[in-house]
Design a protein around this ligand. Structure first.
Ligand SMILES: C[S@@+](CC[C@H](N)C(=O)[O-])C[C@H]1O[C@@H](n2cnc3c(N)ncnc32)[C@H](O)[C@@H]1O
Length: 246
């Protein structure tokens, strides 16, 4: 089990917003400066902070990790950061216009309460977005799948498939369910984030496999930057307003 309290400082040092994920979250959520937004599993809060810089709305963000939240609160005084678990949200019904998470749902074994709670706290017409990796993305991650091939099986078992996620969203009551993908090609000149194991799958492979991948990265870096391509799946759903016939 990964303890995110131990990773908080390393997240602050290495984790950055994915520009295309940010762009999609702002554009497709339809939020305005009158919106109320909730991020679940916010970590150090990078996404809430970046979204609020573009659209100055009211924002709440929760995480289970106290250390992540301490860092998040030190980065923004205009977001309400709260400790909590995604399976039991401490908010009233019909409160938010937009609920989102980035890289969180693969940590949640039972996603039925995750979607049920998301649905409950959204206003009618509100949207949810879960940013995750599809099976195809897991199999082709650059550089992870290339240098650490053991991560493929580990994460195919750990991540919920897009098919299952869509079905659970439908069961929770979401409609207009849509799956979009984004990518961001980049060059890696420093592999400290891999040494610091900020990618949770690196904690779940054998030490030999991890060392082997790291040595290959170090070797390849001698010839120049390593090519990376960060890809994500975004799963969107809407809590439809009920039409009442009188
Ligand atoms: C991979 S990190 C992503 C953090 C942040 N969303 C980001 O993109 O930088 C996953 C986060 O989810 C949080 N988390 C995992 N399971 C959770 C749960 N059941 N309830 C609340 N937070 C959870 C962890 O503490 C961690 O901060």
């Amino acid at each position: 089990m990964i303890d995110y309290n131990d990773l908080a400082q390393k997240y602050l040092q290495h984790r950055r917003v994915h520009p295309q994920v940010l762009k999609e979250l702002v554009k497709s959520s339809g939020i305005t400066n009158k919106s109320q937004v909730l991020e679940i599993g916010c970590g150090t809060g990078i996404y809430s902070i970046a979204i609020q810089q573009q659209v100055p709305m009211k924002c709440w963000a929760i995480d289970q990790s106290e250390e992540m939240l301490k860092i998040a609160a030190s980065q923004s005084s205009t977001i309400t950061f709260l400790q909590g678990r995604v399976e039991a949200l401490n908010f009233e019904d019909n409160y938010f216009d937009f609920v989102f998470s980035v890289d969180v749902i693969h940590h949640i074994e039972d996603i039925i309460p995750y979607f049920a709670e998301g649905f409950r706290v959204l206003k009618p017409g509100g949207k949810i977005c879960s940013v995750t990796d599809s099976e195809e993305i897991i199999q082709n991650r650059r550089p992870l799948a290339f240098y650490f091939p053991e991560t493929i099986d580990v994460d195919l078992k750990r991540y919920h498939s897009i098919y299952v996620l869509r079905a659970r969203m439908q069961q929770a009551g979401f409609r207009d369910i849509q799956h979009t993908q984004v990518e961001f090609p980049y060059e890696i000149t420093d592999i400290q984030a891999y040494r610091d194991k900020i990618f949770s799958c690196l904690h779940l492979i054998s030490p030999e496999s991890y060392q082997n991948g790291l040595s290959r990265m170090e070797q390849d870096l001698l010839d120049g930057p390593i090519k990376g391509n960060s890809r994500y799946s975004l799963l969107w759903g809407t809590k439809k307003a009920r039409i009442v016939f009188v």
